[in-house]
Design a protein around this ligand. Structure first.
Ligand code: MSP
Length: 542
């Protein structure tokens, strides 16, 4: 008997780590479409990085201290803790309903967070970057901040259009201005630190304007008790923004937790309303504490409803769970990523949602799955056939598929979600045309089994590639598509169907001949819009 020699190949590689956060949302209102957008985008981006084989961590949570919260609790006659527990729980329930797979949910009332904030404050204080001083300013309770004379518009708060109160008191200040020259050169040297570019320009203009001063980081307990006590003066609590920003490292166990070492520095995703605290306060705070700054700050625009920002008082708030329930969660998630150009504002309306669902999902994608699977059932008893020689038109289709997939990967990684999906749809529409032009039904009639097998193989293989790319955006629909194509993907899982998306986009193939596929598919039924008859319809008829 011949001795068997075993060759052991040791593969050594390092995983890329990817840490992404959403803003931690205020618990003074229930979650709406705006919060859902940031969280769905962050979920999709994290899933995308998982498909590139990266070791990911996705964080979201709630911001629970400050005046705003005390006032909201007071309106309901509730104690703050009782109130924040309830609203924070409803954020968590909404994320569950929207298929969000966060690795941790941080609350600023968590004991671990409070300890971390105090440690951070003490460190910056020890370094001499926190001082005590007298300060008088125009304080807006809505914004929870002081405004300088210059920043007010007609003596009113520019955000709330109300007259701020003049408050004069002794407080603690963070020597933020000391770090601004460093920050300016850092942003100039790192082109992608703040993106898209227009927001980078906005921050540089802010830094050049000379209006930025040291940051008041305390509130006397006589005025506000609902906050984290300063470790060096128990008459004061910490300013809510200084407290909140630290969530990004408290949640991963700074200073010595294993997740901090593993994941920091990460990336943040927020909308333009909170550009300044993230682009100015936070990097200065990190620098003062001697920590590396984050890798990227990704800024998106607002969802508008009839041209105005959603707000509870205007009564134009969209409930994301209701949208998911009525139109399908996958379709809703697709719409959000496809419709908004990241960085710019976008309008939301049910009409636009329905139009997109009917055009892109029902007509293009759903129809493709339905027709190709029913033909595979009829011609090959629902088994993936082995292809014969590829003709020019098959090669062209396969090339289109790989090219559009490569563009998808590149654009999605660059936060250009709309363009990425548009690029993927070149394959979806291309496939429908390919099926039309190759006319499998005619090949079947002619008894041309070889061509028929090749056309079905090319179609099914391309469909699997599309389904894979869609997993980050619409995990449930992608799972159904992959299962229909004979794959084995569990429901509601944060584990991606593949971890080599780049490799998948570089070679055509991946479907094994003989695999059993579904006999029919009805992924995205068309939504019929009932047109209301005009009031004078009868009159016109007569
Ligand atoms: N608590 C702070 C954030 C602290 S982060 C350290 C806060 N909370 S918030 O509840 O007001 O959430 C603001 C965020 O919600 C925005 O930055 C954005 O992510 C999301 N959105 C709220 N309304 C929105 C729209 N109309 N459109 C898009 N996103 C919006 O600020």
């Amino acid at each position: 008997m011949q001795a068997q020699t075993q060759k052991i190949v040791v593969l050594s590689f390092t995983l890329n780590n990817f840490f992404l956060t959403t803003p931690i949302y205020y618990v003074n209102a229930q979650p709406h479409l705006g919060h859902a957008y940031s969280t769905i985008v962050a979920d999709s981006v994290t899933r995308f990085h998982k498909m590139l084989g990266e070791d990911t961590f996705f964080l979201t949570g709630t911001d629970e201290h400050g005046d705003k919260i005390v006032q909201a609790a007071g309106k309901q006659g509730r104690a703050p803790q009782d109130f924040v527990d309830e609203v924070s729980a409803s954020f968590q329930a909404v994320w569950l309903a929207l298929g969000i797979a966060n690795d941790h949910f941080v609350r600023t009332t968590d004991a671990a967070h409070k300890r971390t904030v105090q440690m951070f404050l003490q460190r910056v204080h020890n370094a001499g970057d926190i001082y005590f001083g007298e300060f008088g300013g125009h304080y807006c309770y809505g914004c929870e901040r002081f405004y300088t004379e210059k920043e007010l518009e007609n003596s009113l708060c520019p955000q709330h259009n109300i007259s701020p109160e003049f408050v004069s008191e002794k407080n603690y200040f963070f020597r933020m201005s000391k770090y601004l020259p460093w920050l300016k050169s850092y942003i100039e040297e790192h082109e992608n630190f703040i993106r898209p570019r227009r927001y980078r320009a906005e921050v540089l203009a802010m830094l050049e304007s000379g209006t930025l001063e040291d940051l008041c980081i305390s509130r006397p307990k006589t005025r506000l008790e609902w906050g984290i006590e300063l470790p060096f003066d128990d008459n004061y609590v910490c300013y809510v923004w200084f407290d909140a920003l630290i969530n990004y490292i408290s949640a991963i166990g700074w200073p010595d937790g294993p997740n901090y070492a593993r994941y920091w520095p990460g990336e943040h995703l927020v909308a333009k309303d909170i550009l300044k605290p993230h682009a100015v306060f936070w990097p200065a705070m990190l620098r003062a504490a001697g920590l590396p700054v984050y890798n990227h700050l990704n800024i998106h625009g607002y969802w508008l409803v009839r041209d105005t920002k959603m707000s509870k008082s205007l009564g134009n708030v969209i409930d994301p769970v209701d949208m998911g329930r009525r139109f399908g969660l996958s379709a809703f998630r697709y719409f959000l990523l496809r419709e908004m150009r990241f960085g710019e504002d976008a309008s939301f309306s049910e009409d636009m949602l329905i139009t997109r669902i009917n055009a892109d999902l029902a007509n293009d994608l759903g129809n493709l799955f339905s027709r190709v699977l029913s033909m595979t059932a009829k011609y090959f008893e629902s088994r993936v056939p082995a292809p014969f020689d590829l003709l020019q038109e098959d090669e062209t289709m396969a090339e289109l598929c790989l090219n559009s997939m490569q563009n998808f990967v590149q654009l999605f990684g660059n936060t250009q979600f709309d363009a990425a999906l548009e690029s993927l749809w070149e394959t979806v529409r291309g496939l429908n045309k390919y099926v039309d032009s190759q006319a499998p039904w005619a090949l079947y009639k002619q008894g041309n089994t070889e061509r028929l097998a090749t056309v079905m193989y090319v179609s099914l293989t391309s469909m699997r590639k599309v389904a894979l790319c869609l997993w980050p955006v619409m995990p449930e629909a992608s799972r159904q598509m992959l299962v229909q194509l004979g794959g084995d993907v569990a429901e509601n899982t944060p584990t991606p169907p593949v971890t080599d998306l780049k490799l998948e986009s570089s070679a055509f193939g991946g479907l094994v001949h003989g695999t059993a596929v579904a006999g029919a598919s009805n992924l995205f039924p068309r939504i019929e819009v009932k047109k209301e008859a005009p009031a004078n319809a009868k009159k016109q008829k007569n």
